[in-house]
Ligand binder design. Structure first.
Ligand code: ZN
Length: 488
């Protein structure tokens, strides 16, 4: 099979074959979280989407350098150019050092990602650790005449840039309209046009996070970090840049403009964006009371949740939709996913226990090719999952004694499950959890060995306590000639 991955490029609005710049190698950059709050569902989707892309590229044999940044300079979401820095504000309110806030939320984010079985990226650069690179990048844009200094801040000159290049190519925004409709209303602004965006902001006296620069003590504009860190670690041109659809404008549009203004050419070959998440049909937002953190999902503690959902259920649920479709979280849909995941998990465990026969009577031929084909078609994970459900049916037929499977087909099926369920979809379930089972069995054996020893030492208190309390949990322990047997 010709294994050419086809991906949808937001810039060209077409699905196109993926050809990396350097044969066998892929450079990929994904906008990571802003660490000033608990990880929420919105963080899970891009992380899982690009985790699957990362895993699949490696499966295809590419060596991947995956860069996912941490935005910790602290920019507002809606009002990136003005207003108070959120990390600084939080630090002031909680009397913390800003980097203490960053560290706290970064650790929590990592914990949630690990629970979701999201692989760590190759490099996870912090914006705050790349201020020098960002200042140099701003200077290049100034030198090339596409920015201006005003009151110690530096702004990108959208009007000037759009005379030489196309501003709005990624988002499809019309630059004339932008220039027209964003005229200043108050006349007080230091910007020439409202659509000009900050490359560097002079810090107000109360602003804690600040760095010296040729223009003022201040901090970089939000879009600058990804231009600077992406090109630092992946080169002036690299393969894939991803993120949530909400970042197309202004964040990624501004990144394209910045890179083109500084380097004279575009940086990214393929722009990829995952669609957004809604909760019971509504956009997620603090004011709507449906802002559910990942921890609340895992513990079931939010009032909108009727139960807890395991990280693997969340992961599976997200993968049951194509990454370019919207996903609506609701209890019923999540419960259906939980059951679906259980079905695959159970089939996987049964698959590992099946005994081969001389012939195969169930339909399992071509499963690997069908799964591969779905993945090559712009990472169509819902189709892969539907193929796995069909395979689960065949496995259950053999398990129930209503069909047979040959040794070769059994080995093939086990490998397809390992590759697609574990390696590519990244689901930690059933047989994939055997390392946990193994550790659990060893722990029970250890406990019972301690009981044996206690008996030999006539320490009846300890030996009785272990036996009684294990019985309460539900273990049946039987003493035998050579030691013990147990079951749950
Ligand atoms: Zn970014």
């Amino acid at each position: 099979m010709d294994k050419v991955l086809r991906i949808y490029n937001t810039l060209t609005r077409t699905k196109m074959p993926f050809r990396p710049i350097h044969e066998g190698h892929v450079g990929m950059y994904v906008c990571g979280p802003t660490v000033y709050g608990d990880g929420h569902l919105g963080h899970a989707r891009p992380a899982i989407t690009f985790d699957v892309l990362y895993r699949y590229l490696m499966h295809l044999g590419y060596k991947v350098r995956y860069v996912r940044n941490i935005t910790d300079v602290g920019h507002l979401e809606h009002d990136a150019d003005d207003g108070e820095d959120k990390i600084a504000k939080k630090a002031r309110l909680e009397q913390l050092e800003p980097m203490e806030v960053v560290q706290y939320y970064t650790l929590r984010y990592h914990k949630a990602m690990e629970a979701l079985n999201v692989l760590p990226p190759s490099i996870e650069p912090h914006a705050s650790g790349h201020i020098i690179e960002q200042i140099q990048f701003v200077q290049k844009i100034l030198d090339n005449g596409y920015a201006y200094v005003s009151e110690g801040s530096v702004y990108f000159d959208v009007e000037k840039y759009s005379k030489d290049h196309k501003y709005g190519k990624l988002s499809g925004r019309n630059v004339d309209e932008l220039l027209e409709t964003t005229r200043e209303l108050d006349g007080q602004s230091e910007k020439r046009r409202a659509c000009d965006f900050a490359l560097w902001k002079k810090a107000q006296p109360e602003h804690i996070m600040r760095w010296p620069s040729p223009w003022s003590d201040g901090f970089p504009g939000w879009h600058m970090e990804c231009s600077a860190m992406g090109t630092k670690y992946l080169g002036e041109e690299f393969d894939i840049h991803g993120g949530g659809m909400d970042l197309v404008f202004p964040h990624h549009e501004c990144e394209i403009a910045q890179s083109t203004a500084a380097l004279g050419h575009e940086t990214v070959h393929y722009w990829m964006h995952n669609n957004m998440i809604t909760i019971n049909g509504q956009k997620m937002g603090k004011s709507l009371g449906n802002f559910i953190t990942l921890d609340e999902f895992f513990n079931g503690t939010h009032k909108l949740l009727t139960q807890a959902y395991s990280p693997m259920t969340i992961r599976f649920f997200i993968l049951q939709a194509h990454y370019r479709s919207t996903v609506d979280f609701g209890n019923e849909a999540l419960q259906a996913s939980e059951k679906g995941l259980e079905r695959i998990s159970e089939a996987y465990s049964r698959l590992m226990a099946l005994k081969p026969a001389a012939t195969t009577t169930v339909d399992v031929a071509g499963l690997r090719e069908r799964c591969e084909e779905a993945m090559l078609d712009d990472l169509n994970t819902p189709i892969v999952i539907s193929h796995l459900f069909e395979a689960a049916k065949a496995i259950n037929t053999v398990h129930d004694g209503k069909g047979t499977i040959s040794e070769a087909d059994l080995a093939e099926l086990r490998d397809v499950f390992k590759v697609f369920v574990e390696d590519i979809l990244g689901l930690r379930i059933g047989a994939a959890d055997s390392s946990n089972d193994d550790a659990y069995r060893k722990a029970v054996d250890l406990l019972l060995n301690i009981r044996q020893q206690a008996k030999q030492n006539k320490d009846w208190a300890t030996s009785d306590r272990i036996r009684n309390e294990m019985a309460e949990i539900g273990f049946k322990v039987k003493d035998t000639k050579d030691g013990f047997e147990w079951s749950l």
